[in-house]
Design a protein around this ligand. Structure first.
Ligand code: ADP
Ligand code: MG
Length: 289
């Protein structure tokens, strides 16, 4: 590839809303045959809202919301924002949390009003009524997190966000380019399956409940199968996998960590532009030969 043609490709990329780290990036784009897509914030808007609250017998719903909301207020996670905003809307101003601790891919812990509160996937044992509430929410495509304090799970709150209206079209375009789309998420399997079905990703290509540090291992495993992997993500938890992929694409609407780890940035956060990027690099490189 001549430098001039690559520069032209880079300029055209900017017009399409693609920021390219360096012209050489276009070369690796050409070989890609698999595209790994993060769920929250990539296929979905990432703007979650609180949908349901279930409390165990004997637990006060307002108290549960106050404690969960206070703790989640200290986290940037999309689930946390939804819980904090929904709690504040329902119960008013929230107290503050101390000893806040983020457990990546699992949830948050901390002290609120003298109680040791946890929100997320941090309890092994759930009373049956809560386990049922959780699985019903999840089979409806919602993300359910458990709220508890002082060692006991006391409620389940469910949040959900919308699939971007461009995602199904983007998956169709990626397929038309001969790429296999794979969904990779830390969220639970039922939610992942329902999002995959809605955008046209095959059930066998859904990888769910993956801890942030294991996303890299998934990319490496696919590479080990001889695949050339592009990864699209937006979160801090995607950064290492974006750097490991043969081609990393960040959502411009995402975190700085994801953008810094990537080769390309999709400025407007429109997944269809991932297909444009691959089309552009193929065209740029074929006119050069
Ligand atoms: P994704 O891969 O979809 O971006 P993450 O790896 O960030 O998801 O999170 C995976 C799961 O961990 C969430 O679906 C949620 O169940 C739980 N989780 C993570 N952070 C929090 C939080 N701050 N509060 C509650 N649950 C959380
Ligand atoms: Mg994400």
């Amino acid at each position: 590839a001549t430098p001039t043609a690559l520069m032209v490709g880079t300029g055209r990329g900017a017009q399409l809303g693609i920021l390219i780290k360096g012209p050489e990036v276009l070369e690796s784009t050409r070989r890609v045959d698999t595209v790994v897509l993060d769920k929250t914030g990539t296929i979905t808007t990432g703007r979650m809202t609180l949908q349901e609250v279930h409390v165990a017998e004997g637990t006060d719903e307002r108290e549960l919301l106050r404690l969960a909301g206070a703790l989640e207020h200290a986290s940037e996670h999309p689930v946390a924002r939804a819980v904090a905003a929904g709690a504040e809307e329902r119960v008013g101003p929230l107290p503050s949390a101390e000893h806040f601790e983020n457990v990546p891919g699992r949830g948050v812990r901390g002290r609120v009003e003298g109680r040791e509160v946890a929100v997320g996937r941090l309890y092994d044992d759930l009373p049956e009524e809560l386990a049922r509430a959780r699985s019903e929410a999840e089979s409806g495509g919602r993300t359910a997190v458990v709220v508890g304090w002082d060692g006991t799970a006391r409620g389940v709150v469910a949040v959900a966000d919308a699939i971007k209206d461009t995602s199904a079209e983007a998956v169709r375009q990626l397929r038309a380019l001969g790429l296999t789309p794979v969904l990779l998420t830390g969220d639970n399997r039922a939610v992942a399956d329902s999002v995959a079905a809605a955008v046209g990703i095959a059930p066998g290509d859904v990888i769910a409940e993956v801890l942030p540090e294991d996303k890299v291992a998934v990319v490496r495993r696919l590479q080990g199968e001889g695949r050339s992997v592009a990864m699209v993500g937006d979160g801090v938890n995607d950064a290492a996998a974006l750097a490991t992929a043969d081609l990393g694409l960040a959502m411009g609407t995402g975190t700085d960590a994801a953008i810094e780890a990537s080769d390309l940035t999709l400025v407007r956060g429109d997944l269809r532009v991932a297909a444009d990027a691959i089309r552009l690099s193929r065209k740029t490189l074929s006119t050069i030969k």
